[in-house]
Design a protein around this ligand. Structure first.
Ligand SMILES: Nc1ncnc2c1ncn2[C@@H]1O[C@H](COP(=O)(O)OP(=O)(O)OP(=O)(O)O)[C@@H](O)[C@H]1O
Ligand SMILES: [Mg+2]
Length: 441
């Protein structure tokens, strides 16, 4: 393999450096600021000190950092012996021999550190607090879910963060964690969002009382610390359309309340990850992808298309640098434990579902409130929330346009833990028939 710098790449480097010099107002007009000397794997930029306003700033850390950032994380070295040189490495991605290793939780530096994997410089663990929010992208079967398992295992081992998990695949992946302390595994993402929104409003009240505006400030002030909340969504493309704005909003405002979203996706281009959702995920990780465009979409720069197509090989953008890492293999039991069907609703909410089933699936606020012995206001509030979450339909109307009330959806039955029950399924079927009849009247 030849590693000589190609001329056009040298040109890009030269233009980038020139632009930076110009921005910093370091150029003296009409002078040649530097020459580029191609030396094997690197470009050496030899500056003329007389052609620069402040020649020493070229070798200062800040300028070197700017050049490196502008060039996608290339290694830049400044030398200043007899003249000013700045050397730019040609290869962005060193080829690293990194074998598969299984996660070793005894290496965890703190309860909130999660493993990225093995880098050329050794094990790389980062704090979820510093990572803040994460987007993991990559072609199918390259190891997104495995990586996320290593993070869940580490956070469980740390026993500090609380987790809300949704794999979009009926808990095939995350069901195994359902019985662990501090974990909420949801079948329906709406339930996870609702849980975090409620937690957030409780924290809001606590923050107001403590006169603080962030979790860090609150925990610094109070003895009873609030844990970080980590929301994990394994496949963004499966996020139901109607939940996208609620999720984006949660992610946009949740940071102050200690909510750390981690979202994985095969298709970072898809609607689900576009716009605000992606914009608010600050740490980017890419497993191998087919094209530089995909890499651009995930990382904001190319590179992941050049990764060796090995499972678990990834690029992380960290402090404006690209780091190549081999993820650890998550030590999982062969047979994932399927959770028992259980209700994710409170008893009070369940009574409303029962009342609606007794009404052939109709959720009419006045009747439900009467039957369940609840206030109409409360039931109305629930109805509105459930409608937003897809648990109830919008208010149905008969052909004359008269409102008939909302109806239970399968998603509510599933959340209520009634999805698999035959009798109730039959009942829901009957309720559907009743609906059709009422419309054809
Ligand atoms: N770091 C790793 N080291 C070794 N093997 C791995 C690693 N990561 C994943 N694998 C293996 O690759 C296979 C696919 O991994 P995984 O399910 O995590 O991929 P994925 O990107 O989530 O796939 P999908 O897009 O289908 O959800 C698994 O059988 C897993 O054991
Ligand atoms: Mg997966």
């Amino acid at each position: 393999m030849t590693t000589n710098l190609k001329l056009n790449q040298a040109q890009i480097i030269a233009q980038t450096v020139l632009r930076l010099l110009e921005n910093q107002n370091l150029l003296i007009p009409e002078r040649v600021a530097f020459y580029v000397w191609l030396r094997g794997k690197r470009a050496v930029l030899i500056f003329d000190p007389l052609a620069l306003r402040k020649p020493e700033s070229v070798v200062q850390a800040l300028f070197v950092h700017r050049v490196s950032t502008a060039l996608g994380g290339r290694r830049v070295i400044a030398t200043n012996s007899r003249g000013i040189f700045l050397q730019v490495a040609y290869r962005t991605l060193p080829i690293i021999k990194l074998g598969t290793r299984t996660l070793d939780l005894s290496q965890q530096p703190s309860p909130l550190h999660i493993p990225v994997g093995q880098s050329k410089r050794g094990p790389l663990w980062l704090s979820i607090i510093d990572m803040d929010s994460i987007l993991v992208g990559g072609t199918r079967r390259m190891g997104k879910t495995n990586l996320i398992h290593t993070w869940i295992l580490a956070l469980l081992h740390g026993k500090t963060a609380r987790l809300v998990l949704w794999d979009g695949k009926d808990n095939v992946e995350f069901g195994r964690y359902a019985k662990r302390d501090g974990v909420l595994v949801v079948n329906n993402l709406a339930r996870g969002i609702q849980h975090l929104v409620e937690e957030m409003s409780q924290r809001k009240v606590l923050f107001q009382k403590a006169k603080v505006n962030s979790l860090a400030a609150y925990n610094a002030k109070r003895k009873a610390k609030l844990p970080p909340l980590v929301l994990i969504v394994d496949e963004a493309a499966l996020i139901p359309d109607e939940l996208q704005s609620a999720l984006s909003h949660l992610i946009a405002v949740g940071g102050a309340y200690g909510i750390h979203p981690i979202i994985a996706t095969q298709r970072p281009d898809a609607e689900a990850t576009k716009g605000t959702l992606k914009a608010n995920l600050s740490t980017r990780i890419a497993l191998p992808v087919p094209s530089h465009h995909d890499s651009q979409v995930i990382l904001g720069r190319s590179g992941a298309e050049k990764l060796p197509k090995e499972k678990g090989r990834l690029l992380l953008v960290w402090n404006a640098r690209l780091i190549e890492v081999q993820a650890y293999l998550a030590p999982l039991d062969e047979e994932p434990e399927r959770p028992h069907p259980q209700s994710l609703l409170s008893e009070r909410e369940l009574r409303l579902v029962e009342a609606a089933l007794a009404e052939n699936g109709w959720f009419r606020v006045r009747e439900i409130a009467n039957q369940a012995g609840e206030s109409r206001d409360w039931v109305n509030g629930i109805a509105k929330r459930w409608e937003q979450m897809g648990y109830l339909t919008t208010v149905q109307r008969n052909p004359k346009g008269h409102p008939q009330g909302r109806r239970l959806t399968d998603s509510l039955l599933e959340t209520a833990g009634l999805g698999g029950s035959r009798d109730l399924a039959d009942q829901a079927e009957l309720a559907n028939l009743a609906l059709k009849q009422s419309i054809s009247i």
